[in-house]
Design a protein around this ligand. Structure first.
Ligand code: AMP
Length: 394
């Protein structure tokens, strides 16, 4: 268990907190402030407890140079509105300079400031000790609340903890609780649903979950590499020829571990990869030439939703089909709906599956939707996340 802001004295302390303020913008205007809102409970708590709060984040990819298209100024303004208090913005092309140090030193308990985009400095992504120390020297305590970048060892996410005591904020605490409990102490049966385009992206997750899950349901483009490896005709569906042996190997491992690894028994196909293509249904043993499997079919939907209904825990990562095209959204929608309607602990990995759950309006029914696509994937692979490993243990 990692220490959180609740486990340390904050009164009169100068705290530097890594947030994920990487918000979408159009013409300098924030188009979705959900990430800023998500950070409010930790920020409010620290301020109420009497800390002086220095916030930092990255925004977009300024490529290690100052670039005012990626300034955090609009975030400071929005945050100020949401907190209903002044957020002092510290503009600096080098993120930290004498004027920023002065502002940080003058910050009173209950006051909050935001540094400029940490990716203005090339040292950030290199986890450079010099930059880590420059950031650390502004404060007495480091709080990490950016789960979306916790799988990266950068100066502001991990390196800084070499120079300061480090604890998590509420967002990271929540991610670790739900993802951690689901994988390490699941209510059984534990069903893992894996989809998305490529097997190669999910090898680590499948290997890790084979030792933990009771049932693994495979969908999405990656299912066709498994089906081809098993001797099925897959038409012009997505296939990674160099992963056919691996697909056999993973199925053998699942069998040895007593895990049911289910593949689609049918697909909804298109004659090309396009929203307006001609569609048809095909069983997995008999997909005609020229057909491309772009979603799981109705028989598979029934089979998979039955498994979800019986589950005690469900973890989902990766869509069942090309849900961006309405003709191929049914599999992904059905899985999301079955999860939302089940009494199981339901955890959605970030990225595309989280986007699909939001698109179809099933957010309310889920136990937890992760905020970090890459980070949640690495967590499900059983990897240590540098932004978490650097935090103090309880
Ligand atoms: P990933 O980034 O690997 O999680 O994959 C997500 C993407 O996989 C989504 O954009 C889906 O459109 C795509 N996808 C899902 N099923 C298929 C499929 N059967 N064929 C091609 N792409 C797919």
């Amino acid at each position: 268990m990692k220490k959180t802001v609740r486990d340390v004295e904050l009164k009169g302390k100068r705290v530097i907190c890594r947030c994920d303020f990487n918000v979408p913008q159009k013409e300098g205007k924030i188009t979705d402030d959900i990430r800023i809102r998500a950070a409010l409970p930790t920020i409010r708590y620290m301020l109420e407890e009497g800390a002086s709060v220095i916030l930092m984040s990255h925004l977009g990819r300024p490529k290690g140079k100052p670039n005012h298209d990626f300034t955090l100024q609009p975030v400071a303004e929005r945050l100020s509105e949401l907190l209903d208090k002044e957020v002092l913005f510290a503009p600096s092309d080098t993120v930290v300079d004498d004027s920023v140090r002065e502002k940080a030193a003058a910050l009173q308990p209950g006051e909050v400031m935001l540094l400029e985009n940490v990716r203005y400095r090339a040292e950030e992504e290199k986890n450079d000790p010099g930059f880590s120390k420059e950031l650390a020297d502004l404060a007495e305590l480091f709080v990490n609340d950016a789960f979306g970048t916790a799988h990266r060892a950068h100066s502001s996410t991990a390196g800084i903890a070499d120079y300061l005591p480090a604890v998590s904020g509420f967002l990271i605490e929540k991610e670790l609780k739900f993802l951690g409990e689901a994988v390490e102490d699941p209510k059984r049966p534990f069903v893992a649903i894996l989809g998305g385009s490529k097997v190669s992206d999910k090898i680590g997750v499948i290997e890790n979950l084979i030792n933990k899950a009771d049932t693994i349901l495979i969908g999405g483009g990656m299912a066709y590499t498994f089906l081809k490896a098993n001797g099925c005709a897959i038409g012009s569906s997505l296939c990674e020829e160099d992963k056919l042996d691996l697909a056999i190997h993973l199925q053998e491992k699942a069998k040895e571990a007593g895990v049911a690894l289910l593949l689609p028994v049918d697909s909804k196909c298109g004659d090309k990869f396009a929203a307006d293509c001609e569609t048809c249904f095909a069983d997995s043993e008999a997909m005609p030439e020229g057909c491309m499997g772009l979603d799981i079919g109705p028989k598979t939907i029934t089979r998979y939703t039955e498994e979800i209904a019986k589950a005690g825990t469900v973890i989902w990562n990766g869509p069942m089909g090309v849900f961006e095209f309405p003709a191929f959204e049914d599999g992904t929608k059905a899985v999301a709906q079955a999860m939302a309607e089940s009494d199981a602990v339901t955890v959605v990995g970030g990225g595309d599956s989280a986007a699909a759950v939001k698109q179809f309006g099933f957010e309310e029914g889920m136990t937890h939707i992760s905020t970090g696509g890459g980070a949640s994937l690495e967590f499900l692979e059983g990897k240590v996340l540098p932004g978490v490993a650097c935090l103090q243990d309880k």
